[in-house]
Design a protein around this ligand. Sequence first.
Ligand code: PNS
Length: 166
Amino acid sequence: MSAHRIAVCPGSFDPIHNGHLDIIERCRPLFDQVIVGVLHNDGKAPLFSVEERVEMIQELVAGWDDVRVESFSGLLVHFMDAVGARVVVRGLRAVSDFEYEFQMAMMNRRLNRRVETVFMTPREEFSFLSSRLVKEAFALGGDIQGLVPDLVLERLDRRINGRREP
Ligand code: PNS
């Protein structure tokens, strides 16, 4: 078995917010490589296409050589095998996340015994953050500065307020 420890941080990232980035950053000292796995979930009618989500994250982690970003579709455990990873890292914000996360972790383990799920907690100031709330607050005119990177704020502005795409 390789001693190279690879973690996958999977998610929809529609869009990525500072809570996600905090978890990705926290993984870096613990693993040799961190792969951000962006779910190709057209069925959920995402605000940003998978290519746009991957590109945004790539820009944000550009200075981190140990982090790479890939999209995946189908089962997470198949993606894990394809990239040679055994550890899934998920952020746990509150007790309310637990049931869903617990079910996913158990299902993933049932599907592939080699896969372990590790839960990490984000910085307190991001413990309430979700992509859904970020989009809702922004669309209704709320100030979300500091909750998402500036780059994401610009993309949200263009997409939701119809500013011209570059
Ligand atoms: O950011 P999200 O939407 O909470 O992330 C959910 C994600 C992408 C981790 C989850 O939906 C997923 O792994 N989907 C891939 C399909 C899969 O493997 N399903 C079975 C595991 S429960």
